[in-house]
Design a protein around this ligand. Structure first.
Ligand code: PGA
Length: 250
């Protein structure tokens, strides 16, 4: 049985005070289930507040990025250890917005994945094609290269501790969702690529879908055989919407 994960990627939204209000909404709301792991990934500045509020609760905490370095002269960067000490156990890596606005490459993401795993964090590695790539029939080659590049040189026991998020770039924040069939096809494809490295790890690998997942389309997406959860941006910023998606998972 693979773990189902419903993860909120808050991106650059919510001050620490606003984060507290949203988290209280989740904790006080109908957010308890043994069918899925609920996870929130606030910005760094809200991690400490979130870590204190969520300690001992059913909601896990993650960050949206870390440095590939352990420590040192890297102005503006945040290390794995820094987020771990605030209670984070997950980290999103290689999100398409990091790739687009911060020129992150598969090689850099791979270095960050190794740093995260060495620190004991679970990386959520994002992959996905742009609209242009899809229209040029490059979806599979682009995603295969991202999977191969970001998972390069991982040992089998490390591979068993990663999560992948398939996030077609054209579906992120656009209101356009991949159809359940389109998403399932790519999730299956990703699992096959991982199976070429390690079949057991591929079987255990949670693959989350991301891109305009909402309460109304979540059940159809989450009902697909290879879709093991969601990485949710916009709809995770509101407790009722996020819980609505969680309900579709249970
Ligand atoms: P969205 O974002 O749900 O707002 O489309 C998803 C993501 O970028 O992780």
């Amino acid at each position: 049985m693979r773990k189902t994960i419903i993860a909120g990627n808050w991106k650059m939204n919510k001050t620490a005070t606003e984060a507290e209000a949203l988290l209280r909404g989740l904790l006080d709301g109908d957010s308890r289930t043994d069918k899925a792991q609920l996870l929130v990934c606030p910005p760094y500045t809200a991690l400490e507040t979130a870590g204190k509020l969520l300690k001992g609760s059913h909601i896990a905490l993650g960050a949206q990025d870390i440095s590939e370095h352990e420590e040192g002269a890297y102005t503006g960067d945040i290390s794995a250890q820094m987020i771990l000490t605030l209670g984070a156990t997950y980290v999103i890596l290689g999100h398409s917005e990091r790739r687009q606005y911060h020129a992150e490459t598969d090689q850099l993401v791979n270095a960050k994945v190794k740093t995260a795993l060495n620190a004991g964090l679970t990386p959520i590695i994002c992959v996905g094609e742009t609209l242009e790539q899809r229209e040029n029939n490059e979806t599979e080659s682009v995603v295969a290269a991202q999977v191969k590049g970001t998972l390069a040189d991982l040992a089998s026991d490390q591979l068993k501790n990663v999560v992948i998020a398939y996030e077609p770039v054209w579906a992120i924040g656009t209101g356009k969702t991949a159809t359940p069939e389109q998403a399932q096809q790519m999730h299956q494809f990703i699992r096959e690529k991982v199976a070429e490295k390690d079949t057991e790890a591929a079987d255990l690998l949670p693959i989350l879908y991301g891109g305009s997942m909402k309460p109304k389309n979540a059940a159809d997406l989450l009902g697909q055989k290879d879709i093991d959860g969601g990485l949710i941006g916009g709809a995770s910023l509101d407790a009722d919407n996020f819980i609505g998606i969680l309900k579709a998972a249970r």
